[in-house]
Ligand binder design. Sequence first.
Ligand SMILES: Cc1cn([C@H]2C[C@H](O)[C@@H](COP(=O)(O)OP(=O)(O)O[C@H]3O[C@@H](C)C(=O)[C@@H](O)[C@H]3O)O2)c(=O)[nH]c1=O
Length: 188
Amino acid sequence: MQITPLAISDVLLIAPVRHGDERGWFSETFRQSALEEVGFKGGAFVQDNHVRSTTRGVVRGLHFQKPPHGQAKLLRCVRGAIFDVAVDIRAGSPTYGQWVGAELSAENALQLLVPEGFAHGYCTLTDECEVLYKVTGYYAPQAEGTLRFNDPAIGVDWTIPGADLTANARDAAAPLLADLVSPYVYET
Ligand SMILES: Cc1cn([C@H]2C[C@H](O)[C@@H](COP(=O)(O)OP(=O)(O)O[C@H]3O[C@@H](C)C(=O)[C@@H](O)[C@H]3O)O2)c(=O)[nH]c1=O
């Protein structure tokens, strides 16, 4: 698999190899040693999630879990396409409040590795999207934090018009970056 750092270099874009033959293809979608080789120290993945969103323009995020329940997330889209985003919320980080994103689709098979210390979210670019992801911490609803997906101070370009985006009530009313007291500190 090819692993490429994004503009915020702790966020990794992963391109697994698809070995095609007359039957179809075979692909390793997760390989712990490949992540360790590029310096990933986020720990072991302990939970897998499978999410369906029915329509284009659904936004989920921006979400994170506070320590000690932080999660790194390894995401891929196995039906349709999403635009997947990570926002740096590590206090003291030179890229605090900045975001990176990538289109993940069933067709391109790309994956995004979002480390702890980032808020994460995605919007669906097609109807009938299914997303699979692994996380390094168990779900802990009492530790959930949210940030407003359309906060101008963050300025995520979701790649489709804002008028086409819909979020649930929790996400639509999430706090702004200016009101965030981040539980994460940047470590060099
Ligand atoms: C996240 C999660 C939710 N749930 C339950 C709670 C609720 O009844 C239902 C839907 O939960 P949510 O509304 O939080 O689902 P969703 O908005 O899809 O939440 C997810 O969004 C993306 C962007 C992330 O980064 C994830 O970490 C997670 O926060 O599923 C679990 O049982 N386990 C989990 O790990």
